[in-house]
Design a protein around this ligand. Structure first.
Ligand SMILES: Nc1ncnc2c1ncn2[C@@H]1O[C@H](COP(=O)(O)OP(=O)(O)OP(=O)(O)O)[C@@H](O)[C@H]1O
Ligand SMILES: [Mg+2]
Length: 292
């Protein structure tokens, strides 16, 4: 069997006839993880909502393995798992009931559901909470519930909209590990503001701005573009304002009584001691979206 392919062609979404949320977006996804990055309002959720058929595109096409998505009919529900940006759990439901309920909505058969409910609860570390009501879950627990429900029915396409929003660092790493595990034979698209969550695990990073696709490349290729442009300079605290005024400052830390300031610039200021730094995806993000 060949690779799965999700092809997006010239997708546009206009709200109220004037607001363009998605502007001629074209891209082809194959098995693997894709990181979707872009500032607030870039169109990430809009794209995901169209792929998952939660909203209707204004124009353009989506094809899955060469066949138009609308022609897959009810089958598409089983092919796609979606973790929406906003948590939408029923507080009265226990985790177990919620997962069975979502399985039924998706058309997952009883036997598979039965096997998966326990398996997925275990995967997201919530086996002990299977019989507790979702209303008592913490934010991080709810995020994990939403990730688990997205994987019901073993979908071929998994769409995750900010899966680590609001999680503590340990939980974030946990979720990131789960994502990298599930991606072997699936198309996984992850929208996030936490650049580190997709930096290493993604096959390609898609940078979106104002509804358009700006760039789509592997992290290494994106970082390569900033080679030689990232510098760490050492200065005194009262010099910081001037630097911030003149340069794109990425990070500030303290080192031996001085401030270490990470900047992205063609040339570092001569006035300070500076060291060239290895570009990261976060540098890339700031560089491209500095004056959005
Ligand atoms: N229901 C709606 N009605 C009108 N405009 C909308 C609607 N939903 C989204 N938009 C607009 O579409 C644009 C893209 O929004 P979208 O939610 O897709 O961005 P995003 O990249 O997901 O942002 P964020 O990072 O904040 O989640 C924004 O300008 C937004 O105001
Ligand atoms: Mg969004």
């Amino acid at each position: 069997m060949g690779k799965n392919e999700l092809r997006i062609e010239h997708l546009c979404k206009k709200y109220h006839k004037t607001e363009t949320a998605l502007n001629d977006f074209s891209y082809t996804f194959t098995d693997g993880i894709y990181g979707l990055l872009g500032p607030n309002g870039a169109g990430k959720t809009t794209l995901m909502n169209i792929i998952t058929s939660n909203i209707q595109e204004t124009s353009g096409k989506i094809l899955y393995n060469g066949r138009e998505f609308s022609k897959w009919g009810r089958e598409y529900k089983k092919k796609i798992g979606y973790m929406p940006q906003n948590q939408n759990v029923y507080p009265e439901f226990t985790l177990e009931r919620f997962l069975y309920y979502m399985s039924a909505l998706k058309g997952v058969d009883r036997q598979q559901a039965h096997r998966q409910v326990t398996e997925l609860a275990g995967k997201v570390n919530l086996l002990q909470s299977l019989h507790k009501r979702l209303g008592c879950f913490s934010g991080g627990m709810k995020q994990r519930v939403m990730l688990a429900q997205a994987l019901l029915g073993d979908p071929e396409i998994v769409i995750l909209d900010e899966p680590t929003a609001g999680l503590d660092p340990k939980e974030r790493i946990h979720i990131r590990n789960i994502i990298s595990e599930i991606a072997l034979k699936k198309i996984v698209i992850v929208a996030t503001h936490v650049v580190q969550d997709v930096e290493v695990i993604s096959k390609e990073i898609l940078l979106m701005q104002k509804g358009s696709l700006l760039l789509a490349e592997h992290t290494d290729a994106l970082c390569e573009k900033l080679q030689g442009k990232v510098h760490e300079i050492y200065c005194a605290e009262d010099e910081l304002r001037e630097i911030e005024h003149n340069y794109l400052v990425e990070n500030i830390s303290k080192s031996k009584g001085k401030l270490r300031v990470r900047i992205v610039a063609e040339k570092p200021p001569e006035k300070y001691i500076s060291v060239k730094a290895e570009p990261s995806l976060e540098d890339v993000y700031l560089y491209y979206f500095q004056d959005r």
